[in-house]
Design a binder for this molecule. Structure first.
Ligand code: ADP
Length: 231
């Protein structure tokens, strides 16, 4: 019975995640096609929302594909020398572009020289995108999100810290479980699939690293990915 419930909840969450951006794209496209929007500024705004919705859908599909590969034990990572600063810069820029005007502020802070990592660049981008998308979901406008990169010689640290609503202390140990969605998400009707952090953990561990979380309710959360530098 429990498995059936998880399955039907999951199907309903995934459908909802698809439906919201699709509905928005459809409505905006209809207005553009009807020629009702003439003002260039308004058109640009519509195009940017459509781009943002398509990015969301792409992330969702990639997450689902990655998840099924992981479940089947078929997920493979391709390692090469990777510049983590470039990855973080690209992701931060892309999320900033996606941001509506009044969203939280996203800052990138790089502490000193960061060595290259033997890593799967695509997978690292996706892990960071999942953390950033969570931070954005749970952080109100006017607050900040910080992406920090640092190195202590033995490890490279990539962290995403937000000033959002935080996670209930009794749920902190469960956020990496597959399909898990917290009370904070359900309370605020913030939908999701409960897979984002499961994937982040898998990616980090495939690189021999670990993921840590700290959070205070009403104050914010910090997710830290620690990658060992292998020579
Ligand atoms: P989803 O893919 O649905 O976002 P995740 O696995 O990424 O699921 O996250 C699981 C749960 O962890 C979320 O439902 C939420 O309760 C909590 N969570 C994750 N990131 C944050 C954050 N930055 N702030 C507050 N809660 C978070």
């Amino acid at each position: 019975m429990e498995v059936l419930k998880i399955k039907s909840d999951f199907v309903s969450s995934v459908s909802h995640e698809f439906k919201t951006p699709l509905t928005s794209i459809k409505a905006l496209m209809e207005r553009l096609v009807d020629g009702k929007v003439r003002d260039q500024g308004k058109m640009d705004q519509y195009f940017s929302i459509i781009a943002q919705d398509t990015d969301k859908l792409t992330r969702l599909v990639n997450n689902l594909l990655d998840f099924s590969k992981i479940e089947e034990g078929k997920k493979e990572y391709v390692f090469s020398d990777t510049d983590i600063v470039r990855i973080a810069t690209e992701q931060v820029q892309s999320f900033k572009r996606e941001q509506l005007m009044n969203g939280p502020d996203i800052r990138l802070e790089i502490a000193g020289e960061i060595p290259t990592l033997r890593a799967d660049a695509d997978a690292l981008s996706r892990a960071l995108a999942n953390l950033l998308s969570n931070a954005l979901k749970f952080t109100p406008p006017g607050k900040a999100i910080r992406v920090g990169i640092g190195s202590d010689g033995g490890n490279v640290l990539l962290e995403v810290e937000d000033e959002g609503i935080g996670i209930h202390p009794d749920e902190l140990g469960r956020v990496f479980e597959k399909f898990f969605q917290g009370r904070n998400a359900l309370d605020q009707s913030v939908k999701g699939t409960g897979l984002g952090l499961t994937l982040v953990k898998h990616i980090v561990e495939a690189h021999g690293g670990k993921i840590l979380v700290e959070s205070r309710l009403g104050r914010g959360s910090k997710f830290s990915m620690v990658f060992p530098i292998k020579s």
